[in-house]
Design a protein. Structure first.
Length: 284
């Protein structure tokens, strides 16, 4: 029919420049990884780049966004070398960063590895709305996938459109599916993925003879009762991992601060005013 042919021609004429523009846009930002400096979660990509550098350090820090607030991974590049970035990468991501750094620096290993993480971050089981953008986009690719366990792959496959995470146009954007699972794992303490990958972190450090510690950033007082009430349950989980000493130190050294200092229940209004000298003396 003449009308349908006219529509198809007009549609084709419209699509060609749109596709061309999107292709040029994608190539510009994807080439040389330009998007990594402007995208949400750019601190993750910066941590990945730092993890591949050859560097002699005393204390290597991995951890979540509160660790990143206190030990900005763009600023702490000397004796304290920070790869802290975002809880959304989970303990899987923390392990990947540590593995990358120790593989690169096998001839000059850090004197200590410290996981700086809020207790709530240890609940991440890769079942968050953030998983697609903050974990899959940077890590669902070589060389990281080889270290994914069956549990991790099973969780990934529950994320809608997980297989699109490496498409260049998707990867350079801030788009992610609205993933809010009804039956998300919501533990009071440690998620299965946390248990599995903190164990891997500890084993990696032990095999390389690097002392390992878990340290909490200062925690809002609103969490005091919950953490106190669940201390024994957390220690029971730690016993199964043979990490009683690490978690006893972690829990008993938590410093609680007034909730007015926090912008939400975890992050500081002004992290520059928080004393971070404790990291130098608090670790065993």
């Amino acid at each position: 029919m003449p009308g349908s042919k006219t529509f198809i021609i007009k549609f084709f004429i419209f699509c060609v420049p749109v596709v061309a523009a999107l292709s040029i846009y994608t190539c510009y930002w994807y080439r040389d990884n330009k998007y990594q400096d402007s995208i949400n979660g750019r601190e993750i990509y910066w941590a990945i780049k730092k993890s591949a550098k050859h560097k002699k350090v005393k204390k290597l820090l991995i951890g979540d966004s509160i660790g990143q607030q206190l030990f900005d991974n763009r600023k702490y590049n000397d004796s304290i070398y920070s790869l802290a970035c975002n809880q959304a990468i989970s303990c899987v991501g923390f392990y990947e960063l540590l593995k990358s750094f120790t593989d690169t620096n096998r001839d000059s290993l850090p004197e200590q590895v410290i996981l700086v993480t809020h207790p709530l971050s240890l609940q991440n089981n890769l079942d968050q709305v953030y998983t697609f953008h903050y974990f899959l986009k940077p890590f669902y690719c070589a060389p990281y996938k080889q270290y994914f366990s069956e549990t991790v792959n099973s969780q990934i496959e529950k994320v809608p459109f997980y297989y699109l995470s490496q498409f260049p146009f998707i990867k350079i954007s801030n788009w992610s599916p609205d993933y809010r699972p009804e039956n998300a794992y919501n533990p009071k303490y440690l998620s299965p993925i946390t248990v599995e990958y903190i164990t891997r972190i500890k084993n990696l450090c032990d095999n390389l003879h690097i002392p390992f510690a878990i340290v909490a950033p200062p925690v809002s007082d609103v969490h005091r009762n919950n953490i106190t009430q669940n201390t024994q349950a957390i220690m029971n989980e730690a016993a199964k991992m043979n990490m009683q000493a690490e978690f006893a130190f972690y829990l008993h050294s938590i410093k609680y601060m007034d909730n007015a200092l926090y912008g939400d229940e975890m992050h500081f209004h002004d992290p520059e005013k928080v004393d971070v000298n404790y990291i130098k003396t608090l670790t065993p």
